[in-house]
Design a protein around this ligand. Structure first.
Ligand SMILES: [Zn+2]
Length: 168
């Protein structure tokens, strides 16, 4: 006997093997039932697609963010915010020694988070955001530094003339 399920009302019937490959009429709702030689495919749950090259590491939906992704995003965000403030003289002097290691930590953690998220089928959003923020902060930091120097030069220009620069 073959067990078949009606796709319309999901009623199950046992039919003879002789009817395999044919269609039958559901006695419950009158719908068409395809009688397959083997067991009917599970209704409602689609089979997971085959993974090329072997075994799927983790089946199912991606789980939450890994700790290293959260750390990467947090450090990247702090580094990014600090780099924005570096243009302000005095604050910049204080923030540069903090923001540079923070930004680098954010970059490293985001890359690790991204790589591990890819392997472990975890969410990547935070790691990507951390990576982008870190890269922006790294690009912005030297610009901020030159703007900071420019601000100092601007202050110097308003100072009284100190004479020609010393020669060596
Ligand atoms: Zn039916």
């Amino acid at each position: 006997m073959i067990r078949v399920a009606c796709p319309t009302c999901r009623a199950q019937f046992d039919v003879q093997e002789a009817f395999a490959g044919r269609t039958a009429k559901c006695s419950n709702c009158g719908g068409q039932i395809q009688i397959l030689a083997a067991a009917p495919p599970p209704v409602g749950v689609p089979a997971p697609p085959p993974v090329p090259g072997g075994v799927a590491p983790f089946a199912g939906r991606p789980t939450g963010y890994s700790g290293v992704s959260i750390a990467g995003f947090t450090c990247g965000l702090i580094g990014f915010l600090f780099s924005l403030l570096e243009v302000i003289p005095c604050i910049g002097c204080w923030l540069l020694p903090v923001s540079i290691p923070t930004t680098l930590a954010g970059l490293v953690c985001s890359i690790i988070g991204l790589v591990t998220a890819k392997k472990a089928n975890r969410k990547k959003g935070l790691a990507i955001a951390g990576l982008v923020l870190s890269i922006v902060a790294i690009i912005w930091a030297p610009l901020a530094f030159f703007l900071f120097l420019g601000g100092l030069a601007g202050l110097g220009a308003t100072a009284p003339n100190m004479g020609p620069p010393p020669r060596f």
